[in-house]
Design a protein around this ligand. Structure first.
Ligand SMILES: [Zn+2]
Length: 469
Protein backbone atom coordinates (compact mmCIF):
# COMPACT_ATOMS: atom_id res chain seq x y z
CA UNK A 1 0.00 0.00 0.00
CA UNK A 2 1.26 3.44 -0.74
CA UNK A 3 -0.18 6.79 0.05
CA UNK A 4 -2.28 7.90 -2.90
CA UNK A 5 -5.53 7.74 -0.98
CA UNK A 6 -4.35 10.07 1.68
CA UNK A 7 -3.43 12.61 -0.95
CA UNK A 8 -6.99 12.95 -2.16
CA UNK A 9 -7.76 15.02 0.89
CA UNK A 10 -4.44 16.73 1.36
CA UNK A 11 -4.07 17.60 -2.31
CA UNK A 12 -7.55 19.06 -2.59
CA UNK A 13 -6.48 21.03 0.38
CA UNK A 14 -2.96 22.00 -0.10
CA UNK A 15 -2.54 23.54 -3.52
CA UNK A 16 -3.39 26.15 -1.14
CA UNK A 17 -1.04 26.88 1.60
CA UNK A 18 2.20 26.72 -0.37
CA UNK A 19 1.18 29.96 -2.05
CA UNK A 20 0.62 31.69 1.26
CA UNK A 21 3.93 30.66 2.79
CA UNK A 22 7.34 31.64 1.48
CA UNK A 23 7.50 29.84 -1.86
CA UNK A 24 9.49 26.66 -1.41
CA UNK A 25 12.43 25.90 -3.68
CA UNK A 26 11.29 24.39 -6.93
CA UNK A 27 14.23 22.01 -7.09
CA UNK A 28 15.06 19.48 -4.42
CA UNK A 29 17.91 21.20 -2.57
CA UNK A 30 19.42 17.95 -1.25
CA UNK A 31 23.15 17.84 -1.95
CA UNK A 32 23.69 15.06 -4.46
CA UNK A 33 26.32 12.43 -3.67
CA UNK A 34 26.90 10.74 -7.03
CA UNK A 35 28.30 7.50 -5.66
CA UNK A 36 25.50 7.12 -3.12
CA UNK A 37 22.89 7.98 -5.75
CA UNK A 38 24.25 5.21 -7.98
CA UNK A 39 24.19 2.70 -5.12
CA UNK A 40 20.59 3.55 -4.29
CA UNK A 41 19.52 3.34 -7.94
CA UNK A 42 21.31 0.01 -8.31
CA UNK A 43 19.53 -1.35 -5.23
CA UNK A 44 16.19 -0.19 -6.58
CA UNK A 45 16.76 -1.75 -10.02
CA UNK A 46 18.02 -5.03 -8.55
CA UNK A 47 15.05 -4.99 -6.18
CA UNK A 48 12.46 -4.62 -8.93
CA UNK A 49 13.95 -7.67 -10.69
CA UNK A 50 12.95 -9.92 -7.75
CA UNK A 51 9.36 -10.96 -8.45
CA UNK A 52 8.32 -10.67 -4.80
CA UNK A 53 4.64 -11.42 -5.33
CA UNK A 54 2.95 -13.51 -2.61
CA UNK A 55 2.23 -16.38 -3.05
CA UNK A 56 5.73 -16.87 -4.44
CA UNK A 57 9.29 -17.61 -3.31
CA UNK A 58 11.26 -14.49 -4.26
CA UNK A 59 10.97 -12.48 -1.04
CA UNK A 60 13.65 -14.65 0.56
CA UNK A 61 16.26 -14.14 -2.19
CA UNK A 62 15.47 -10.40 -2.14
CA UNK A 63 15.98 -10.37 1.64
CA UNK A 64 19.27 -12.23 1.18
CA UNK A 65 20.39 -9.69 -1.40
CA UNK A 66 19.61 -6.81 1.01
CA UNK A 67 21.39 -8.64 3.83
CA UNK A 68 24.46 -8.93 1.58
CA UNK A 69 24.46 -5.15 1.09
CA UNK A 70 24.21 -4.53 4.83
CA UNK A 71 26.90 -7.10 5.74
CA UNK A 72 29.25 -5.70 3.12
CA UNK A 73 28.83 -2.30 4.78
CA UNK A 74 29.88 -3.67 8.16
CA UNK A 75 26.81 -5.26 9.79
CA UNK A 76 27.74 -8.59 11.39
CA UNK A 77 25.96 -11.48 9.66
CA UNK A 78 24.13 -12.39 12.87
CA UNK A 79 22.85 -8.80 13.22
CA UNK A 80 20.73 -9.31 10.09
CA UNK A 81 18.20 -12.09 10.58
CA UNK A 82 16.10 -13.61 7.82
CA UNK A 83 13.23 -15.77 8.93
CA UNK A 84 10.37 -17.59 7.20
CA UNK A 85 6.95 -16.39 8.41
CA UNK A 86 3.48 -17.29 7.12
CA UNK A 87 4.51 -18.36 3.62
CA UNK A 88 6.86 -15.40 3.18
CA UNK A 89 10.01 -13.99 4.76
CA UNK A 90 10.98 -11.20 7.14
CA UNK A 91 14.31 -9.41 7.51
CA UNK A 92 15.20 -7.86 10.87
CA UNK A 93 18.53 -6.01 11.15
CA UNK A 94 19.82 -4.46 14.36
CA UNK A 95 22.11 -1.42 14.18
CA UNK A 96 23.52 -1.36 17.71
CA UNK A 97 23.37 1.96 19.56
CA UNK A 98 25.60 3.17 22.38
CA UNK A 99 22.93 2.98 25.08
CA UNK A 100 21.23 -0.41 25.30
CA UNK A 101 18.85 0.93 27.97
CA UNK A 102 17.15 3.30 25.53
CA UNK A 103 14.24 1.90 23.56
CA UNK A 104 15.00 1.24 19.89
CA UNK A 105 13.73 3.14 16.88
CA UNK A 106 12.17 0.67 14.44
CA UNK A 107 12.18 1.40 10.71
CA UNK A 108 9.66 -0.71 8.78
CA UNK A 109 8.78 -1.29 5.16
CA UNK A 110 7.74 -4.21 2.96
CA UNK A 111 9.58 -6.34 0.41
CA UNK A 112 6.56 -7.90 -1.33
CA UNK A 113 4.68 -6.33 -4.23
CA UNK A 114 1.24 -6.57 -5.80
CA UNK A 115 0.83 -9.07 -8.67
CA UNK A 116 1.48 -7.70 -12.18
CA UNK A 117 0.43 -9.27 -15.46
CA UNK A 118 3.24 -8.76 -17.97
CA UNK A 119 0.84 -8.93 -20.94
CA UNK A 120 -0.92 -5.76 -19.76
CA UNK A 121 2.24 -3.70 -19.21
CA UNK A 122 4.13 -1.60 -21.78
CA UNK A 123 7.42 -2.91 -20.34
CA UNK A 124 8.02 -6.14 -18.46
CA UNK A 125 7.00 -5.39 -14.83
CA UNK A 126 9.95 -7.30 -13.37
CA UNK A 127 12.66 -5.96 -15.67
CA UNK A 128 13.76 -2.60 -14.25
CA UNK A 129 13.92 0.07 -16.94
CA UNK A 130 15.19 3.63 -16.47
CA UNK A 131 13.58 5.89 -19.02
CA UNK A 132 12.56 9.58 -19.23
CA UNK A 133 13.72 10.14 -15.65
CA UNK A 134 11.72 7.29 -14.16
CA UNK A 135 12.46 3.80 -12.89
CA UNK A 136 9.68 1.57 -14.21
CA UNK A 137 8.64 -1.75 -12.71
CA UNK A 138 6.28 -3.39 -10.25
CA UNK A 139 7.33 -2.19 -6.81
CA UNK A 140 9.46 0.68 -8.17
CA UNK A 141 7.28 2.95 -6.06
CA UNK A 142 5.45 0.57 -3.69
CA UNK A 143 7.66 0.04 -1.93
CA UNK A 144 11.08 -0.86 -3.20
CA UNK A 145 11.90 2.83 -3.62
CA UNK A 146 11.91 3.57 0.08
CA UNK A 147 13.26 0.10 0.97
CA UNK A 148 16.27 0.87 -1.27
CA UNK A 149 16.74 4.35 0.21
CA UNK A 150 16.60 3.07 3.79
CA UNK A 151 19.04 0.21 3.16
CA UNK A 152 21.42 2.51 1.25
CA UNK A 153 21.41 5.02 4.11
CA UNK A 154 21.89 2.40 6.85
CA UNK A 155 24.80 0.92 4.87
CA UNK A 156 26.34 4.38 4.40
CA UNK A 157 26.03 5.22 8.09
CA UNK A 158 27.59 1.89 9.04
CA UNK A 159 30.52 2.42 6.66
CA UNK A 160 31.06 5.90 8.09
CA UNK A 161 31.12 4.52 11.63
CA UNK A 162 28.03 6.42 12.84
CA UNK A 163 26.94 5.27 16.28
CA UNK A 164 23.29 5.89 17.11
CA UNK A 165 22.47 6.69 20.74
CA UNK A 166 19.93 3.87 20.73
CA UNK A 167 19.45 0.76 18.61
CA UNK A 168 17.96 1.26 15.18
CA UNK A 169 16.09 -1.84 14.04
CA UNK A 170 15.19 -2.34 10.39
CA UNK A 171 12.20 -4.68 10.00
CA UNK A 172 11.03 -5.59 6.51
CA UNK A 173 7.82 -7.53 6.07
CA UNK A 174 6.99 -9.95 3.26
CA UNK A 175 3.21 -9.93 2.84
CA UNK A 176 2.00 -6.36 3.39
CA UNK A 177 -0.01 -6.45 0.19
CA UNK A 178 -1.84 -9.66 1.07
CA UNK A 179 -2.37 -11.18 4.52
CA UNK A 180 -0.10 -8.94 6.63
CA UNK A 181 0.97 -11.73 8.93
CA UNK A 182 4.72 -11.05 8.72
CA UNK A 183 4.54 -7.56 10.25
CA UNK A 184 2.15 -8.88 12.90
CA UNK A 185 4.97 -11.25 13.87
CA UNK A 186 7.76 -8.68 14.14
CA UNK A 187 5.52 -6.06 15.76
CA UNK A 188 5.02 -8.55 18.60
CA UNK A 189 8.79 -9.05 18.89
CA UNK A 190 9.50 -5.30 18.76
CA UNK A 191 6.67 -3.94 20.89
CA UNK A 192 9.21 -2.40 23.23
CA UNK A 193 10.12 0.18 20.54
CA UNK A 194 10.20 3.91 21.26
CA UNK A 195 8.55 4.61 17.91
CA UNK A 196 8.22 3.29 14.39
CA UNK A 197 9.12 5.02 11.12
CA UNK A 198 7.36 3.53 8.09
CA UNK A 199 8.70 4.02 4.57
CA UNK A 200 5.41 2.80 3.12
CA UNK A 201 3.31 5.84 4.04
CA UNK A 202 3.55 9.61 4.01
CA UNK A 203 5.55 11.39 1.33
CA UNK A 204 5.72 14.54 -0.71
CA UNK A 205 3.39 15.86 -3.36
CA UNK A 206 4.55 17.66 -6.50
CA UNK A 207 2.23 19.71 -8.70
CA UNK A 208 1.83 18.70 -12.32
CA UNK A 209 4.56 21.17 -13.30
CA UNK A 210 6.91 19.71 -10.70
CA UNK A 211 6.58 22.26 -7.89
CA UNK A 212 6.53 20.89 -4.34
CA UNK A 213 3.11 21.36 -2.71
CA UNK A 214 3.33 19.74 0.71
CA UNK A 215 4.73 16.85 2.66
CA UNK A 216 2.28 14.45 4.33
CA UNK A 217 3.41 12.97 7.65
CA UNK A 218 1.12 10.00 8.19
CA UNK A 219 0.27 9.58 11.87
CA UNK A 220 -3.01 7.66 11.72
CA UNK A 221 -4.89 5.38 9.39
CA UNK A 222 -8.46 4.24 9.32
CA UNK A 223 -9.25 0.62 10.05
CA UNK A 224 -10.27 -1.35 6.98
CA UNK A 225 -13.15 -3.75 7.57
CA UNK A 226 -15.51 -5.67 5.30
CA UNK A 227 -18.84 -6.92 6.63
CA UNK A 228 -20.99 -9.48 4.87
CA UNK A 229 -24.72 -9.00 5.10
CA UNK A 230 -26.66 -12.22 4.39
CA UNK A 231 -30.38 -12.80 3.83
CA UNK A 232 -31.92 -16.22 3.26
CA UNK A 233 -35.35 -17.42 2.17
CA UNK A 234 -36.97 -20.77 1.28
CA UNK A 235 -37.39 -19.52 -2.31
CA UNK A 236 -39.64 -21.36 -4.75
CA UNK A 237 -41.03 -21.08 -8.27
CA UNK A 238 -40.91 -17.56 -9.71
CA UNK A 239 -44.53 -17.88 -10.84
CA UNK A 240 -45.51 -17.79 -7.15
CA UNK A 241 -43.98 -14.53 -5.77
CA UNK A 242 -43.55 -14.27 -2.03
CA UNK A 243 -43.47 -11.14 0.17
CA UNK A 244 -40.20 -12.36 1.75
CA UNK A 245 -38.14 -12.15 -1.47
CA UNK A 246 -34.62 -11.48 -0.09
CA UNK A 247 -33.58 -9.35 -3.08
CA UNK A 248 -36.28 -6.83 -2.25
CA UNK A 249 -35.43 -7.05 1.43
CA UNK A 250 -31.74 -6.45 0.73
CA UNK A 251 -32.63 -3.47 -1.45
CA UNK A 252 -34.62 -1.93 1.41
CA UNK A 253 -31.92 -2.76 3.98
CA UNK A 254 -29.19 -1.17 1.89
CA UNK A 255 -31.34 1.87 1.27
CA UNK A 256 -31.38 2.45 5.03
CA UNK A 257 -27.58 2.08 5.09
CA UNK A 258 -27.22 4.59 2.24
CA UNK A 259 -29.17 7.14 4.25
CA UNK A 260 -27.15 6.64 7.43
CA UNK A 261 -24.20 8.79 8.50
CA UNK A 262 -21.84 7.69 11.25
CA UNK A 263 -21.26 10.42 13.83
CA UNK A 264 -18.61 13.03 13.06
CA UNK A 265 -15.34 12.43 14.88
CA UNK A 266 -12.06 14.28 15.22
CA UNK A 267 -8.53 13.72 16.41
CA UNK A 268 -5.43 15.79 16.96
CA UNK A 269 -4.26 14.68 13.51
CA UNK A 270 -7.40 15.45 11.54
CA UNK A 271 -7.74 18.83 13.29
CA UNK A 272 -4.13 19.70 12.43
CA UNK A 273 -4.73 18.72 8.81
CA UNK A 274 -7.98 20.70 8.62
CA UNK A 275 -6.28 23.71 10.17
CA UNK A 276 -3.47 23.63 7.62
CA UNK A 277 -6.02 23.23 4.85
CA UNK A 278 -8.40 25.92 6.06
CA UNK A 279 -5.98 28.83 5.73
CA UNK A 280 -6.58 29.82 2.15
CA UNK A 281 -8.99 27.37 0.61
CA UNK A 282 -11.40 29.41 -1.52
CA UNK A 283 -15.17 29.12 -1.94
CA UNK A 284 -17.91 27.61 0.23
CA UNK A 285 -15.68 24.64 1.11
CA UNK A 286 -13.06 27.05 2.45
CA UNK A 287 -15.71 28.87 4.49
CA UNK A 288 -16.94 25.58 5.92
CA UNK A 289 -13.37 24.54 6.74
CA UNK A 290 -12.72 27.76 8.63
CA UNK A 291 -16.00 27.49 10.54
CA UNK A 292 -15.21 23.86 11.40
CA UNK A 293 -11.71 24.69 12.63
CA UNK A 294 -13.11 27.52 14.77
CA UNK A 295 -15.85 25.27 16.15
CA UNK A 296 -15.58 21.53 15.46
CA UNK A 297 -19.19 21.11 16.64
CA UNK A 298 -20.56 23.38 13.91
CA UNK A 299 -23.10 21.00 12.38
CA UNK A 300 -23.69 23.03 9.23
CA UNK A 301 -19.96 23.13 8.52
CA UNK A 302 -19.70 19.39 9.14
CA UNK A 303 -22.53 18.73 6.69
CA UNK A 304 -20.90 20.87 3.98
CA UNK A 305 -17.55 19.13 4.44
CA UNK A 306 -19.18 15.69 4.55
CA UNK A 307 -20.71 16.29 1.14
CA UNK A 308 -17.19 16.57 -0.29
CA UNK A 309 -15.80 13.18 -1.29
CA UNK A 310 -12.23 14.18 -0.46
CA UNK A 311 -13.18 15.35 3.02
CA UNK A 312 -15.84 12.96 4.28
CA UNK A 313 -13.37 10.21 5.16
CA UNK A 314 -11.50 12.60 7.44
CA UNK A 315 -14.64 13.38 9.42
CA UNK A 316 -16.27 10.08 10.19
CA UNK A 317 -16.37 6.34 9.77
CA UNK A 318 -17.74 5.51 6.33
CA UNK A 319 -19.45 2.26 5.29
CA UNK A 320 -20.55 1.60 1.76
CA UNK A 321 -22.03 -1.34 -0.16
CA UNK A 322 -19.41 -2.53 -2.65
CA UNK A 323 -20.66 -5.92 -3.91
CA UNK A 324 -23.91 -7.80 -4.12
CA UNK A 325 -24.74 -11.39 -4.96
CA UNK A 326 -28.10 -13.08 -5.07
CA UNK A 327 -30.38 -15.58 -6.68
CA UNK A 328 -29.53 -18.79 -8.50
CA UNK A 329 -31.81 -18.98 -11.57
CA UNK A 330 -33.80 -16.56 -13.73
CA UNK A 331 -37.03 -18.46 -13.05
CA UNK A 332 -36.61 -19.13 -9.33
CA UNK A 333 -37.27 -17.04 -6.25
CA UNK A 334 -33.92 -16.14 -4.66
CA UNK A 335 -32.89 -18.22 -1.66
CA UNK A 336 -29.87 -16.22 -0.67
CA UNK A 337 -28.57 -12.67 -1.11
CA UNK A 338 -25.29 -11.36 0.24
CA UNK A 339 -23.89 -7.86 0.16
CA UNK A 340 -20.41 -6.70 1.07
CA UNK A 341 -20.27 -3.52 3.11
CA UNK A 342 -16.81 -1.94 3.15
CA UNK A 343 -16.02 0.27 6.10
CA UNK A 344 -13.17 2.69 6.80
CA UNK A 345 -13.34 3.09 10.53
CA UNK A 346 -12.20 6.20 12.34
CA UNK A 347 -9.20 5.30 14.53
CA UNK A 348 -10.24 4.52 18.08
CA UNK A 349 -13.61 2.97 17.20
CA UNK A 350 -13.65 -0.83 17.64
CA UNK A 351 -14.83 -2.65 14.51
CA UNK A 352 -17.30 -4.65 16.60
CA UNK A 353 -19.02 -1.40 17.53
CA UNK A 354 -19.37 -0.60 13.82
CA UNK A 355 -20.82 -4.07 13.19
CA UNK A 356 -23.44 -3.48 15.88
CA UNK A 357 -24.29 -0.11 14.35
CA UNK A 358 -24.78 -1.80 10.97
CA UNK A 359 -27.17 -4.30 12.54
CA UNK A 360 -29.19 -1.41 13.96
CA UNK A 361 -29.14 0.63 10.77
CA UNK A 362 -30.15 -2.27 8.49
CA UNK A 363 -32.98 -2.83 10.95
CA UNK A 364 -33.78 -6.30 9.61
CA UNK A 365 -33.93 -9.10 12.18
CA UNK A 366 -33.54 -11.68 9.40
CA UNK A 367 -30.17 -10.26 8.28
CA UNK A 368 -26.84 -11.51 9.62
CA UNK A 369 -23.85 -9.16 9.61
CA UNK A 370 -20.42 -10.78 9.81
CA UNK A 371 -16.93 -9.28 9.89
CA UNK A 372 -14.75 -10.58 7.06
CA UNK A 373 -10.93 -10.34 6.78
CA UNK A 374 -9.93 -10.83 10.39
CA UNK A 375 -6.36 -9.89 9.42
CA UNK A 376 -6.90 -6.19 9.95
CA UNK A 377 -6.96 -4.96 13.52
CA UNK A 378 -8.23 -1.95 15.40
CA UNK A 379 -5.48 0.58 15.98
CA UNK A 380 -5.70 4.07 17.43
CA UNK A 381 -3.91 7.14 16.06
CA UNK A 382 -0.36 7.99 17.08
CA UNK A 383 0.19 11.16 19.08
CA UNK A 384 1.75 13.98 17.07
CA UNK A 385 5.07 13.81 18.88
CA UNK A 386 6.93 17.14 18.76
CA UNK A 387 10.29 15.38 18.32
CA UNK A 388 9.02 13.47 15.27
CA UNK A 389 7.33 16.53 13.78
CA UNK A 390 10.53 18.55 14.31
CA UNK A 391 12.81 15.89 12.80
CA UNK A 392 10.60 15.37 9.77
CA UNK A 393 10.07 19.10 9.21
CA UNK A 394 13.80 19.76 9.43
CA UNK A 395 14.58 17.00 6.92
CA UNK A 396 11.84 18.10 4.51
CA UNK A 397 12.86 21.76 4.78
CA UNK A 398 16.46 20.85 3.94
CA UNK A 399 15.04 19.67 0.60
CA UNK A 400 12.33 22.28 0.11
CA UNK A 401 12.67 25.25 2.50
CA UNK A 402 9.35 26.36 3.97
CA UNK A 403 7.26 23.51 2.52
CA UNK A 404 4.10 22.79 4.56
CA UNK A 405 4.32 19.54 6.53
CA UNK A 406 0.78 18.22 7.01
CA UNK A 407 -0.10 15.59 9.56
CA UNK A 408 -2.30 13.05 7.83
CA UNK A 409 -4.72 10.21 8.44
CA UNK A 410 -4.85 7.82 5.51
CA UNK A 411 -7.77 5.67 4.47
CA UNK A 412 -5.81 2.46 4.08
CA UNK A 413 -4.08 0.16 6.49
CA UNK A 414 -0.31 -0.33 6.42
CA UNK A 415 1.90 -2.51 8.60
CA UNK A 416 1.99 0.43 11.06
CA UNK A 417 -1.37 -0.73 12.42
CA UNK A 418 0.21 -3.66 14.28
CA UNK A 419 2.49 -1.32 16.22
CA UNK A 420 -0.23 1.26 16.86
CA UNK A 421 -2.48 -1.50 18.17
CA UNK A 422 0.29 -2.37 20.67
CA UNK A 423 0.60 1.26 21.76
CA UNK A 424 3.79 2.00 19.82
CA UNK A 425 3.44 5.25 17.87
CA UNK A 426 4.12 4.88 14.14
CA UNK A 427 4.72 7.53 11.50
CA UNK A 428 4.70 7.29 7.70
CA UNK A 429 7.75 9.25 6.55
CA UNK A 430 8.43 8.05 2.99
CA UNK A 431 11.21 9.87 1.15
CA UNK A 432 9.52 9.94 -2.23
CA UNK A 433 8.15 13.16 -3.77
CA UNK A 434 5.96 12.78 -6.82
CA UNK A 435 3.04 14.05 -8.89
CA UNK A 436 -0.41 12.52 -8.43
CA UNK A 437 -0.39 11.66 -12.13
CA UNK A 438 2.76 9.54 -11.60
CA UNK A 439 1.14 7.43 -8.90
CA UNK A 440 0.51 4.00 -10.37
CA UNK A 441 1.06 2.04 -7.16
CA UNK A 442 -0.75 -1.32 -7.53
CA UNK A 443 -1.54 -0.37 -11.15
CA UNK A 444 -0.06 -0.62 -14.62
CA UNK A 445 3.37 0.73 -15.56
CA UNK A 446 4.27 1.65 -11.97
CA UNK A 447 7.14 4.14 -11.86
CA UNK A 448 9.10 6.40 -9.58
CA UNK A 449 11.03 9.59 -10.43
CA UNK A 450 14.83 9.17 -10.32
CA UNK A 451 14.99 12.82 -9.21
CA UNK A 452 13.54 11.81 -5.84
CA UNK A 453 16.56 9.68 -4.91
CA UNK A 454 19.03 12.29 -3.59
CA UNK A 455 16.43 14.05 -1.49
CA UNK A 456 15.03 10.81 -0.11
CA UNK A 457 18.51 9.63 0.94
CA UNK A 458 19.22 12.94 2.67
CA UNK A 459 15.80 12.91 4.33
CA UNK A 460 16.17 9.41 5.80
CA UNK A 461 19.69 10.17 7.07
CA UNK A 462 18.58 13.40 8.69
CA UNK A 463 15.51 11.87 10.38
CA UNK A 464 17.45 8.85 11.65
CA UNK A 465 20.27 10.97 13.04
CA UNK A 466 17.82 13.27 14.83
CA UNK A 467 15.56 10.59 16.31
CA UNK A 468 18.10 7.86 17.13
CA UNK A 469 20.20 10.11 19.35
ZN1 LIG B 1 3.17 -0.46 0.11
Amino acid sequence: MKTSVLFAFAAAAAVLSSSALAAPAKQDMAKPDAALHDQALELLKKGVAFRTVIPGDQVKPYAEYLKGVLVQAGFKPDEVKIEPVAGSTILVARYAGTDAKKKPIVVIDHMDVVEAKAADWTRDPFTPVVENGYVYGRGALDDKFDVSMIVTVLAKLKREGWKPGRDVVLALSGDEETLQQTARKFAGDLKNAELVLNGDAGGGQLSEDGKPEFYALQAAEKTYADFQVTLSDPGGHSSRPSPTNPIYRMARDLDRLAAYKFPAMRSEITMAAFKATAKDKPGPLGDALRRYVANPDDQAAIETLSADRDMVGQLRTTCVATMINGGHATNALPQKVTANVNCRIFPGTPSEEVRKTLVKVLDDPTATVERQNDGAIDAGPSPLRPDVLAAVTKAVHARYPGLPVLPAMSAGATDSMFFRALGVPAYGVAGVFMKSSDDFAHGLNERVPVASIDGALAQWESILKDLAK
